[in-house]
Design a protein around this ligand. Sequence first.
Ligand code: C2E
Ligand code: MG
Ligand code: MG
Ligand code: MG
Length: 289
Amino acid sequence: HAKHQGRNTWCCFAPHMLSDAADRLDIRNGLAQALQRDELLLYYQPQFDLASGRMIGVEALIRWQRPGHGLVSPARFIPVAEECGLIVPIGAWVLRTACRQMAEWRAAGAPHLVVAVNLSALQFGRGNLEQDVRAALEQAGLPAGWLELELTESILLQNPDQVLAIVQRLRKLGVSLSVDDFGTGYSSLAYLKQFAVDKLKIDQSFVRAIDAQPDDTAIVRAIVQMAHSLGLKTIAEGVENTAVLDLLGKLGCDEAQGYHYARPLPAAEALPFILAAQAQAEAQAQAQA
Ligand code: C2E
Ligand code: MG
Ligand code: MG
Ligand code: MG
């Protein structure tokens, strides 16, 4: 941070920064062993179609069960993993685990769902993302149509030619692609068209208080209209109540996820949730018939 703060370099030695650096080093050291020690795990947050009310997928969200520290949030350790390159093997583990888990649920009777996996920029640079995705699907025996990959706008912009080539190969495998945290970065319409993604995930900062903030309503309305005119779907993240959900429906948003429906669930709780959601949707469809 100090680099950006002009000539007052003394700030490098501020105690809070020392402890911040020590924190990061500690996280990095612990993370290096977390994979082998089997300390990483995935939670799954349900996603729903607004028009039909049906559950359509889950987003896989990583957690670190760190001895002596409890359940560590990805907001704390993913940035460190990105800094030191560990995100490449961790990202491959996430792909394998999410695909294997979804294949298990499929075998247990889950209807067609997608499991959405978050990707980091480094997975496009180093490592072999296409190979990791292909191997994860093959090892799990999961059809590619059950996997979605979440990219961020910054990934699309960092090295457009290289990323475009990889994205095109991923599309050929048959997985779907979404742009996460949409609206917080700088993607242009031209980019979205070129990358041929399937869906925009409207960032929760625009969704959270949409019922109270006219500006946010205008932003979400514009994103949905733009997405639809490009043939893309939209999903809103961070939906916490019915008022927000109703407004999103009026704005034409296609899908939603958030605490209103469910928090991210441990794997063991996800299958009962999936089966209950399916039963409820079927009962509703019958009542309407
Ligand atoms: P994200 O992909 O944008 O995920 C959405 C975050 O919002 C999740 O936090 C989720 O728990 C939270 N969330 C969902 N619904 C609500 C809601 O209604 N209200 C509020 N306040 N929050 C909600 P989480 O699980 O802590 O993940 C944070 C971020 O960590 C993710 O943001 C993603 O950028 C990153 N991340 C998580 N798992 C992975 C992973 O496997 N690989 C990579 N590269 N990044 C990951
Ligand atoms: Mg995400
Ligand atoms: Mg997001
Ligand atoms: Mg986010």
